[in-house]
Design a protein around this ligand. Structure first.
Ligand code: KG4
Ligand code: ZN
Length: 332
């Protein structure tokens, strides 16, 4: 029998230190250390994020090995998120991965974070068949991807300004909600009326998105109201903002589905955890007889399991990096 492939993967692109262990395509552990300190600042403070990655990467590594019941000497390859992200944060993961690669004499695998979000749909069954469409919605990115194979992805459209997660976070900040606002808004919106207020839904070309107009329309609307307006209408405001964001995501995704006639459709990234997006996505897929996929909650927001999965396919393709590789804040 062929020897098992054991991959240890590190995700440190933003404010969460994630380490996962994968064996022959199956996740054995997926540990995440969330940095709560950024809540105090209403957003991620890059310098603090990188220092905390340094502090937590070793204990996170130990916990990931322990939960997987694996010794570091058994690892076949080490993977890390190489781009995009906060450069100081990425560097911590890169250096740790390179140290392991050198000391254990194992290959290094560099993973692009956004591709890994798409491949999070392949972590567990049911998995989409190729080709599939994926709407990747996170704090930094909003893209519609045509995924033809694990290594062949085409961007059909993307945001021309703010990302969907950023739209959630910035508008919830205007409503006085804590950071990150997306999950809080999701919860409050559940008892609100999505049609209570009407906020701008952008008109953009083809499969592109824009969320900066929505942000401005919420701001101007709130400026005209009385001091108690937000607290009196918080749930309706959340539901109405969420409605504007989600409907514009769904409209473009379904436009791509119709144009490309692809019946396998997924959503991924932090915002794919949103309950209203999931509901609308399922409804629209059912109408079109499409198979709908989304990752389980722990694989929606940033995690190392998706990095390990992307790395597994690179391992099978002998696609390794050498020590001269460097992290990049942006995708080339
Ligand atoms: O994928 P992710 O963890 O990090 C990036 O790669 O950016 O996504 C984080 C984003 C944040 O903007 C957060 O507010 C949003 O995902 N998010 C949500 C929900 N859960 C996380 N947005 C709306 N509803 C949610 N339930
Ligand atoms: Zn992400």
């Amino acid at each position: 029998m062929a020897e098992s492939i054991l991959i240890l993967a590190i995700e440190s692109s933003c404010d969460d230190t994630g380490i996962a262990v994968l064996k022959d395509g199956k996740i054995l552990s997926n540990v995440i250390n969330q940095q709560k300190i950024h809540e105090e600042y209403g957003g991620v403070v890059p310098e603090k994020a990188s220092r905390l990655h340094l502090k937590y990467i070793v204990p996170t590594f130990q916990k990931a090995l322990e939960e997987a019941r694996v010794q570091k000497e058994e690892i076949s390859a080490v993977a890390f998120t190489q781009s995009p992200g906060l450069i100081g944060s990425l560097l911590v993961g890169e250096m740790f991965a390179k140290g392991l690669s050198l000391s254990l004499n194992i290959p290094l695998i560099a993973v692009q974070h956004l591709r890994a979000h798409v491949l999070s749909l392949l972590i567990e069954d049911p998995r989409p068949a190729f080709p599939f469409l994926c709407l990747t919605v996170s704090g930094g990115h909003t893209q519609i991807i045509l995924c033809r194979s694990v290594s062949d992805m085409v961007i059909l459209g993307e945001t021309i300004d703010d990302a969907a997660g950023e739209a959630f976070d910035k508008t919830s900040k205007m409503l006085g909600l804590p950071y990150p606002g997306g999950p809080v808004m999701d919860k409050l919106a559940q008892t609100g009326n999505p049609k209570a207020f009407s906020f701008a839904q952008p008109v953009t070309d083809a499969f592109n998105f824009s969320f900066s107009g929505l942000k401005t329309s919420v701001l101007y609307f709130l400026q005209k109201q009385s001091p108690s307006f937000i607290s009196d209408h918080l749930n309706d405001l959340c539901a109405s903002v969420q409605y504007a964001i989600v409907e514009s995501l769904i409209r473009k995704l379904m436009k791509a589905q119709e144009e490309y006639q692809i019946k396998e459709v997924g959503i991924a990234g932090g915002v794919s955890a949103n309950s209203y997006l999931r509901k609308r996505f399922l409804e629209e897929c059912a109408k079109r007889n499409c198979n709908a996929y989304y990752p389980k909650m722990e694989y929606c927001t940033d995690n190392a399991a998706m990095i390990a999965t992307a790395a597994y396919y690179k391992f099978l393709a002998n696609d390794f990096a050498d020590l001269s590789i460097h992290s990049k804040a942006r995708v080339d």
